[in-house]
Design a protein around this ligand. Structure first.
Ligand SMILES: Nc1ncnc2c1ncn2[C@@H]1O[C@H](COP(=O)(O)OP(=O)(O)OP(=O)(O)O)[C@@H](O)[C@H]1O
Ligand SMILES: O=P(O)(O)OC[C@H]1O[C@H](OP(=O)(O)OP(=O)(O)O)[C@H](O)[C@@H]1O
Length: 229
């Protein structure tokens, strides 16, 4: 069968993704046009490349529309329900590192842990007349971490589509859940990470859609062996 591998069409993990494939013996070629959304592996008519954004890749691998992909673990776990049942993490590629974290204003001197935050959340309504507001684009990861893992019920998610770290100073939310890599954006916005507030340590990963048709397919096996080593 023809196997499709989805690679980032833009953004910070695009270059590393193509290098990782090339290193594994699959040099990617575009159709001589940087804006093209299809490509191929040199000399391999049985492998197709689909260029998509990092979050589209997570969805398309999650629903089996493509066979493999390179994207961040964070976007897979955020965009795919029961990710481990649908997506197999084949290898971690050593770039695109970013932590998904819970960060609160530095001036909250008494708040250092998720347990402290739970206390704040419990008292928030009586003190302020509303629930603790969390700005994030990571709805699923936030709910899993706050509710399922830490038993925190009293909060409200405020959807953020960008500049999440600015939300507390702008009065749009009290705290945030976002990715950080160097930490400079958090520092610039006077936010601190809770000591047990790292939700996920993400990096770019090579992932596979869990599909029955992959069983015993020689091209799938070849790609798996090459990308595992
Ligand atoms: N400093 C950083 N900021 C944002 N993302 C980072 C950073 N460092 C690594 N990443 C990772 O890069 C991936 C997202 O890549 P990128 O930001 O290029 O995607 P995008 O072009 O915004 O995609 P989409 O439009 O689908 O959201 C995520 O897995 C993220 O964890
Ligand atoms: O810890 P740091 O090194 O400061 O990086 C973290 C920041 O980088 C990303 O934003 P980016 O500027 O890429 O914009 P985006 O939110 O549009 O991706 C991310 O959303 C954080 O805001």
């Amino acid at each position: 069968m023809t196997v499709t591998i989805a690679l980032p069409s833009k953004g910070r993990i695009k270059e590393g993704a193509e290098k990782a494939l090339e290193k594994a013996g699959f040099p990617v070629e575009t159709n001589g046009n940087d804006r093209s959304y299809r490509g191929q592996v040199r000399g391999r008519p049985d492998i197709e490349i689909a260029f998509l954004s990092a979050s589209e890749i997570s969805r398309e691998v999650g629903n089996g529309a493509v066979d493999f992909g390179v994207t961040g673990e964070d976007v897979v776990r955020e965009n795919v329900a029961q990710a481990d049942a649908r997506v197999e993490f084949i290898s971690r590629l050593g770039f695109g590192q970013a932590d998904v974290v819970v960060a609160v204003p530095e001036i909250w001197l008494d708040v250092d842990t998720m347990a402290d935050l739970n206390d704040v959340a419990s008292e928030f309504r009586s003190r302020h007349g509303r629930r603790l507001a969390i700005a994030t684009k990571f709805w699923r990861l936030t709910q899993q971490f706050f509710t399922a893992k830490h038993g925190i019920q009293l909060y409200r998610i405020v959807e953020s589509l960008g500049a999440t770290e600015g939300a507390p100073m702008a009065g749009q939310a009290d705290i945030i859940v976002d990715i950080t890599s160097t930490g400079s954006t958090l520092a610039a916005n006077h936010l601190k990470i809770l000591s047990d507030g790292v939700i996920l340590k993400s990096e770019a990963c090579f992932v596979r859609a869990r599909k029955a048709a992959h069983e015993g397919d020689p091209v799938v096996d070849e790609i798996l062996t090459a990308m595992r080593s």
